[in-house]
Design a protein around this ligand. Structure first.
Ligand SMILES: [Fe+2]
Length: 357
């Protein structure tokens, strides 16, 4: 299929709430602590109270949601839910997707990765409060299983409904604005370079790159600017649509170990490999990315992106093995094998100029 997006997207909260009303009577809200401060949780509970829906709130989501977290949610709140709402950044949304499948199927978290094991889920609703993950428009959920960050994919985990409300991201601090913004940029660029790209994904990917190039450097110095927040949210949703078609490519796979083993935020861990991926793609779309964005390394430096961690050769070999076994290798141009993947890590550490040991 060239293009499939079953998610209804809304800007307007009242129109969104009318649709929400139709989805069921029992709502499980999955969120983190920040939704209490950015106004989004109050807004959602106001809507649910107005129509006397039953709801419970789980507000202990963590970054890079581990399988134990999903198990804890089911243990604590049970499975009898019509709707599971993911409210927040990528972690609550991806957690909500996983929980929604478990609500309707007697399977383990590990079995979420075996797509033939299930064909149903509770209705999923996403309300992003950052602008990065694009999870509000994708059929993906990325969890951490036994220390390895890995996504699962299923048509049933496309959200039924998503609300794009930029005001919820106005309180996002500078560092999270940068890391989530770079996650969105990574989605857009990786999609544009992917061997699975098509005319629909390119449309969304290049538009997202264009908007992020213009918006993110301004936004980091003007965090309360509603228009800039709105543009970033739009761009991250466009980038999400692009990866719903193509998936992500090697930069995401390379970055996962930096996140799980060294605690580097997902968007940063991924974006630092984009210069390497663009350079090695060397095709029509990599030229177009350069034409729109300019030099990727300069873009990162302009945002003061620097990373530091201590690593040894053994760890890099293990990371490279994980990447070599990931599906991303097959969809990335540039013929990546184990040696070339290792080269990407050594490039970051020795040559990029953004690594401080
Ligand atoms: Fe991502």
């Amino acid at each position: 299929m060239e293009f499939y997006l079953p998610t209804k997207l809304f800007y307007n909260i009242e129109a969104f709430s009318a649709e929400l009303d139709k989805l069921g009577e029992k709502f499980l809200i999955i969120t983190g602590k920040s939704s209490k401060y950015n106004g989004s949780l109050d807004e959602l509970t106001r809507i649910l109270n107005k129509t006397s829906k039953k709801y419970e709130i789980f507000d202990e989501t963590k970054e890079n949601p581990p399988k134990e977290l999903i198990e804890k949610i089911i243990e604590k709140h049970g499975k009898d839910w019509d709707v599971v709402v993911g409210l927040g950044g990528g972690s609550p949304m991806d957690t909500a997707k996983a929980a929604a499948v478990l609500c309707k199927n007697n399977i383990s978290v590990e079995e979420l990765y075996k797509s033939q094991k299930y064909d149903s889920a509770a209705n999923i609703v996403c309300i992003p409060t950052t602008a990065g993950t694009g999870s509000e428009v994708t059929q993906y959920s990325v969890l951490t299983i036994n220390g390895i960050k890995k996504g699962f994919k299923h048509e049933r985990i496309f959200p039924k409904l998503s609300l794009l409300e930029p005001k919820f991201s106005l309180t996002l601090p500078r560092d999270l604005t940068i890391s989530t913004g770079l996650d969105a940029l990574s989605h857009a660029i990786e999609s544009a370079l992917s061997l699975k790209t098509n005319s629909f994904s390119e449309l969304f990917a290049f538009k997202a790159i264009e908007i992020i190039k213009e918006t993110l450097p301004k936004l980091v110095n003007d965090l309360k600017n509603y228009e800039l927040r709105k543009n970033m949210l739009l761009a991250s949703t466009y980038a999400g649509i692009a990866i719903s078609i193509t998936g992500t490519t090697i930069a995401h796979s390379l970055g996962y170990s930096l996140t799980t083993d060294k605690g580097i935020r997902h968007g940063i861990a991924t974006a630092v490999f984009l210069p390497f991926e663009i350079e090695n793609a060397d095709n029509k779309n990599s030229k177009k990315v350069r034409y729109i964005l300019g030099d990727m390394l300069n873009f990162l430096k302009k945002l003061d992106v620097q990373i530091s961690f201590v690593v040894n050769d053994q760890e890099i070999s293990k990371w490279a093995e994980n990447v070599a076994n990931s599906s991303h290798v097959k969809t990335t141009p540039g013929n990546y094998n184990y040696e070339k993947i290792k080269q990407a890590y050594y490039w970051l550490i020795e040559k990029s100029g953004i690594y401080r040991g």
